[in-house]
Design a protein around this ligand. Sequence first.
Ligand SMILES: [Zn+2]
Ligand SMILES: [Zn+2]
Length: 262
Amino acid sequence: MEVKFLGVRGSTATPGSEFSDFGGNTSCTEVIHNKFQVILDAGTGFKDVKIRKDVPVLILFSHFHFDHIQGLPFCRDLLSPDRPIYFSSALVSKEELKGILGSCFSPHYFPIELVENLTHIQYLEFDEAAKIIKSNCEVNSINLRHPGGASGYKFETNNGTFCYLLDHEYDDDSAPEIIHSTKNSDFVIWDGMFTSEELSMRKGWGHSSISQGSEFLDNTNAKKMGISHHSPYRDDKDMMVLEKGITNKNLFLAREGQIIKI
Ligand SMILES: [Zn+2]
Ligand SMILES: [Zn+2]
């Protein structure tokens, strides 16, 4: 199993050369496996996803804030209706998922009725979606603390475990459950949108800090952690200052295009 970062920016895309090293696309992550393809969230990084034709393809949504769905209609491969593609989210039922995407991508906000046009999409309950890859990978959801709710995901194969934890506000109340759910993972993607200083002024905004990630990494005994959902106000220079300050050798700031082998 491999994990590829296709969009590492939080909240809004950041075009411009000053963001090009870390990348400006919003949340999108690919789980690469020879028996399936899973895409986690469809932020602007989703535009360039190559949908595979040789394996089942599942798009899993953590939640529906704009930075996690904005790229959905712009992936060319998604618009080629030559085979079914599965959509699911542990946060809502399949009817709710269809309704949410239908209202977000309808003429008030988008030129065409997207859901009505993408007739090859099959909407699944999360437990139905999990069954599609179950013979090769166990996938479970993890409740995250975020305004409106969000679902993280845990993937377990014979080769290792990967946890996706965007978007999440880490706190003492939710810590024991999430530490338990992710214990001994090989790789974790963490929401590190804020610095500790910024976080103190943004309680309730639904995001965590890089130093909380480092603390969590130790508590959950994970092997490696990639910080994602970078603040859109932080250009490459700012990111590199933060990068230099990281002392935990198992923690890194994710860059668009980066691939982690598990
Ligand atoms: Zn987000
Ligand atoms: Zn969010």
